[in-house]
Design a protein around this ligand. Sequence first.
Ligand code: ADE
Length: 238
Amino acid sequence: MTFRASVLTLYPEMFPGPLGRSLSGRAMERGDVSLDAIQIRDFATDRHRSVDDTPAGGGAGMVLRADVLASAIDHACPPGDERPRLLMSPRGKPLTQARVRALAEGPGVLVVCGRFEGVDERVIEARSLEEVSIGDYVLSGGEPAAIVLLDAVVRLLPGVMGNARSGTFESFETGLLEHPHYTRPASFEGRGIPPVLTSGNHAAIEAWRNERATSLTRERRPDLLASHETAVKMPPGR
Ligand code: ADE
């Protein structure tokens, strides 16, 4: 089954961008993913093809019109199309690996890229758009955020990740940041590889990695550690 991604944007030339390369590029070539970038302006109705207007109540910037965006959504994702409809926005709920995994298990996604100061609230309500943020910083538009979201989803699709470990031991899947990695040469600018990693003792290697992952998480992301410890103490269903 092809995972269908439709992106509504004022800059369709930004797609597929980096998604056309590497893992996701190959997934698209195989037909595991389709990506359709749709120009919102094509749904404007006036002779100036305007998509935005000044905010009601005054203030800076421009607001994406509800009617134009609704027409674009109805074209890309008509009634009966069960794909989740996302709006990339710094005001959205933070994107998590759990949400990414849920999206990857579905039929696809409609992604609306915000621009200007915002999107008319009525189209968000009327078309049930789920606002999603990729982090606490402001981009000039939703396009790079859409690319980030799609990259995270596509790598989880069945058959996309060449590596059989399928992401299960990665950061945010285990609830811990990843342990450090090493490869040849054995000595780099006077720095060696931790001897345990070349000992052949798999239990000791596992324990070392666990300890390093835990202390790195404690140092950098204590917020993650709290929920990891809860999960380890109380596995789901207990
Ligand atoms: N658009 C602008 N900033 C954004 C962010 N942080 N996440 C998602 N979409 C955005």
